[in-house]
Design a protein around this ligand. Structure first.
Ligand code: NAP
Length: 327
C-alpha cells in the first residue's frame, strides 16, 4: 500500500501521511467507498464520530435491501460492511472532522479534527443526515428524557406505555410500526391529512390496531414534571387546542444534511451537497455520496451505489493527480 510522506508544516498531522482517500462518515455510502478504494490498493482512512453504520445502524429491520428476503438488521449489516473494509486495509479513525479545506497550491485536502490535522489527496463526504427538531417549548428540556429520534434504541423503555410519533414520512411509519411491538398505544401526529410514507407502510400502519392517527395537527408544547406527561396539540384546520397524555415522544419530521464542515462548495438552500453524475462536487477531488448529497431517493441501496461510484471516480482522479509535488 502506497503511503507518501510530505514535508508540509502541519502540526499534529498523523505523521504527515497523505492518504489517497479520506472518507468522512462511516455509513453505508462511506463504508462502500472504503471497500472499493481499499480494494483498489488506495491508502484509505474513514473518519467516524461514534460507531459506523449511520442511520442504517439504528434501523432494526431493513426490508428493501436486496439479497435479504427476510429483511436484515441495520446494525449487523453495517458491522459486516466495516469488517469487509478492514479486511481490504481501510484504516478507521473514530473522531469528528469539523473542517475540511483544500490547499490548492499543493492540491491536497486538510481535514481538521480537534487539534489534529490529516492530509488526503481526495475526500469523499458521506456524512449523512441528522433528524430535525420541532423547536417547540419543552423539547430541549425532555430531549433524551422522553423524547427520542431512535425507536430501535429506546422502544423497550416504553413497554405497555402510551407514546406518540410526530411525522408522516417513511421514518415516522417505519419506526412507529416497530414501536407497536412494545407500546400499549401509539398516536401518530401528522400536520396534513395525507401521509408522505410509501403505500405499503401506510397500509400496515392503518391496519395496526395499536395506532391512532391525529391528522392536520402539530405539537405546540411538550409538558411534564421530570418526565413527559402530555403534549399540547393544535388542529391546523379548526385551530382547536387539545392535550394528549403520553409518556414518550418520537420525532420524525425529516432530516438535515451534516455538511457544515465544508464551506465554499455548491449546496442547495437546505445544505445538501450538489454533485454531478460522477458525484464530483464543485471542488476537484472532493466527492459526496449518500444521504448528505442532493438527490431524490435516500435509501441504503442508493447510498451503496453512491459509495461505489464516488470511489471509482476518486480512483480515476488520482491517476492524473500531482499532489504536494510528490508525484
Ligand atoms: P421526510 O420524508 O422528509 O418526512 C418528514 C415528515 O415530517 C413529513 O411527513 C412532513 O410533513 C413532516 N414534517 C416536516 N416538518 C415538520 C414539522 N415542523 N412539524 C410537523 N411535521 C413535519 O423524512 P423521513 O421520514 O425521515 O425520511 C427521510 C428519507 O429517508 C426519505 O427519503 C425516506 O424515504 C427515507 N427513509 C426510508 C425508509 C424506508 O425505505 N423504509 C425508512 C426511513 C426513511 P409533510 O408530509 O406535510 O411535508
Amino acid at each position: 500500500m502506497l503511503e507518501i510522506k510530505l514535508d508540509l508544516p502541519i502540526s499534529g498531522s498523523d505523521n504527515k501521511t497523505i492518504y489517497d482517500v479520506a472518507i468522512v462518515g462511516g455509513g453505508p455510502a462511506g463504508l462502500t467507498a472504503a471497500i472499493y478504494t481499499s480494494r483498489a490498493l488506495l491508502n484509505t482512512i474513514v473518519f467516524e464520530k461514534l460507531g459506523t453504520g449511520g442511520q442504517a445502524a439504528i434501523t432494526d429491520h431493513i426490508e428493501n435491501y436486496p439479497g435479504f428476503p427476510e429483511g436484515v438488521n441495520g446494525f449487523e449489516l453495517s458491522q459486516k460492511m466495516e469488517e469487509q473494509a478492514r479486511n481490504f486495509g481501510t484504516k478507521f479513525e473514530f473522531s469528528e472532522i469539523h473542517k475540511i479545506e483544500k490547499d490548492f497550491t499543493k492540491n491536497c485536502f486538510i481535514l481538521y479534527s480537534g487539534n489534529k490535522e490529516f492530509l488526503a489527496k481526495t475526500v469523499i463526504i458521506s456524512t449523512g443526515t441528522t433528524p430535525k427538531r420541532l423547536n417547540v417549548k419543552g423539547e430541549q428540556e425532555f430531549w433524551g428524557r422522553g423524547i427520542s429520534t431512535c425507536a430501535t434504541c429506546d422502544a423497550a423503555l416504553y413497554k405497555d406505555k402510551v407514546v406518540a410519533v410526530v411525522g408522516g414520512g417513511d421514518s415516522a411509519l417505519d419506526e412507529g410500526l416497530f414501536l407497536t411491538r412494545f407500546v400499549k398505544k401509539l398516536y401518530i401526529i401528522h400536520r396534513r391529512n395525507e401521509l408522505r410514507a410509501v403505500k405499503i407502510l401506510q397500509k400496515r400502519a392503518m391496519e395496526n390496531p395499536k395506532i391512532e392517527f391525529i391528522f392536520n395537527s402539530v405539537v405546540e408544547e411538550i409538558i411534564g414534571e421530570n418526565k413527559i406527561q402530555k403534549v399540547k396539540i393544535k388542529n391546523l384546520i379548526t385551530n382547536e387546542i387539545s392535550f394528549l397524555d403520553i409518556e414518550g415522544l418520537f420525532i420524525y419530521i425529516g432530516l438535515e444534511p451534516n455538511t457544515k464542515m465544508i464551506e465554499h462548495i455548491n449546496k442547495d438552500e437546505t445544505g445538501y451537497i450538489i454533485t454531478n453524475e460522477n458525484l464530483e462536487t464543485s471542488i476537484p477531488g472532493l466527492y459526496a455520496a449518500g444521504d448528505c448529497r442532493y438527490k431524490t431517493l435516500r435509501q441504503v441501496a442508493t447510498a451503496i451505489g453512491d459509495g461505489a461510484l464516488a470511489a471509482h471516480n476518486a480512483e480515476k482522479y488520482l491517476e492524473h493527480l500531482e499532489c504536494g509535488n510528490v508525484k
